[in-house]
Design a protein around this ligand. Structure first.
Ligand code: GAP
Length: 446
């Protein structure tokens, strides 16, 4: 695990961003829970995406489709047959590996092949195809007729609702459908903290276009999505495109470009989002398997066609990890012995917007600080803290990315002014306490 990730795993647990699932039972493999600060950060990120994709545009509609779908959906989408990894089992230690795992010595299935974990020779079976979808049963009967899958992507819930959304909203092509929701994949090699997990979220948008205009829209979305990631404050030189070669494309894709972030260390550049030109693959498949037409009627030209789809598929968990890695800094502070750890999160994403601190616990300062905190809390997540030296209280908030610190001192009680400290510049400004809501609103919008 890259060095900074190790530090972040510890900070995330200590400060309530991310906990291991079922930790008191020893943990569940590659599943994570988001604590009080993590859930705020993730929600802010998802709200930002929803605002940019749905609310700020008139050509994209929102959707929240169910995780459990008709099992034929996954036959039509190609996931039952195609969403597989070749795996090998060790008969001795019962562990399972990807067949192309570079730590396996020899050819799996042959007597010389050696298990990379227990070291036994000749115990690795031949490669078998392993489907990555989680299976469960619907209803009280556990037989093959009742099998359903936990969805491995949100996109299929959008395709099967294409006409419901288009007809209920009277959208005209080109238009899109966006949704945020859970997806599940029984990943064989999960890891790197929340980078690759078995339960995760997706923020996906399917944009339906006229065939022939698909590459034009693909290029537009490729650019707009990179702009969105940059606007989160991710360093431009840590972001790049990876355009997939023809032999790397998923079974549904005509073209695909990934937006990658440099996580550093051994993880290096990893995918945050995929932009895919899926052509007419999905809608055509669903037409065939359901027997229902999924065509668009182009009234002015009096013709019907199956639209092409340009998809943007982003993972909020990975983007959140990128924000933590990008923002994590350990630095010295001029004139102070102790250094500080800072999470330089974009103020609009920070879980807590301001810390409110009475300088000392007397002389009317806590009372005034409580009044200010209660008033600000009507509009912003605020943290009130009166324990310990003021420097330590600043540090505790710097470490979780709180952009502003509001201090109430002796002068505050006398003249109604407070100081507001900026997390990044450390600059302190004295302002009238009754202007704080407007000041915070202005700075957070900036
Ligand atoms: N509908 C297309 C699709 O699902 P994908 O590239 O497989 O495309 C999209 O997934 C995004 O979902 C990825 O870029 C990544 O951010 C996120 N993602 C995929 N698998 C993940 C996993 N196991 N853990 C966390 N995030 C994952």
């Amino acid at each position: 695990m890259p060095d900074v990730l190790e530090k972040l795993v510890s900070l995330a647990k200590r400060r309530g961003f991310v906990f291991q699932s079922s930790e008191i039972y020893g943990g569940t493999g590659s599943v994570w829970d988001y604590g009080p600060l993590g859930v705020e950060l993730k929600r802010n990120l998802q709200d930002r995406w929803w605002h940019a994709m749905v609310r700020a545009r008139d050509d994209i509609e929102g959707l929240d489709s169910a995780i459990l779908m008709h099992p034929r959906v996954w036959e039509a989408s190609g996931h039952v047959t195609g969403f597989v990894d070749p795996l090998v089992d060790c008969r001795n230690c019962k562990r399972r590996f990807r067949a192309d795992d570079p730590s396996i010595k020899g050819t799996p299935g042959s007597p010389d092949a050696q298990c990379p974990v227990c070291g036994a020779k000749g115990t690795l079976g031949e490669a078998r195809q392993f489907n990555l979808m989680f299976k469960t049963f619907m209803g009280p009967v556990e037989d093959t007729a009742a099998v359903v899958y936990l969805r491995p992507e949100t996109a299929q819930g959008t395709y099967v609702n294409f006409l419901n959304v288009q007809q209920s909203t009277r959208q005209k092509i080109p238009f899109g459908i966006a949704q945020i929701g859970k997806a599940f994949r029984n990943e064989i090699t999960p890891g790197n903290f929340i980078f690759r997990t078995r339960e995760f979220e997706q923020m996906e948008m399917q944009f339906f276009v006229e065939p022939g205009t698909d590459m034009e829209w693909f290029e537009k979305w490729r650019g707009w999505r990179m702009d969105w990631h940059r606007a989160l404050g991710l360093a431009p030189d840590r972001l790049r495109y990876y355009d997939q070669r023809e032999d790397e494309l998923a079974h549904y894709a005509r073209a695909a470009s990934d937006i990658q972030f440099d996580f550093g260390g051994t993880l290096a550049f990893g995918e945050l989002e995929g932009i895919h030109n899926r052509g007419a693959f999905d809608l055509t498949q669903h037409q065939q398997f359901s027997g229902k037409k999924l065509e668009y009627f182009d009234q002015p030209n009096n013709r019907r066609y199956v639209p092409y789809v340009v998809e943007t598929a982003c993972g909020p968990n990975r983007t959140l990890l990128a924000l933590l890695v990008n923002g994590y800094r350990e630095e010295t502070v001029a004139g102070e012995d102790e250094g500080r750890t800072v999470l330089a999160l974009h103020p609009s994403l920070a879980p807590i917007k301001a810390g409110v601190f009475p300088l000392v616990k007397k002389d009317g300062m806590p009372e005034m600080a409580h009044r200010i905190a209660d008033d600000l809390r009507k509009s912003f997540p605020i943290f009130y803290d009166e324990s310990g030296a003021i420097g330590r209280r600043y540090r505790r908030q710097d470490e979780v990315g709180t952009p502003y610190g509001i201090t109430i001192d002796g002068q505050s009680v006398a003249d109604g002014t407070v100081t507001i400290r900026d997390r990044d510049t450390l600059a302190q400004e004295r302002v009238a306490a009754d202007r704080l809501p407007d000041i915070l609103r202005g700075r957070l919008a900036g």
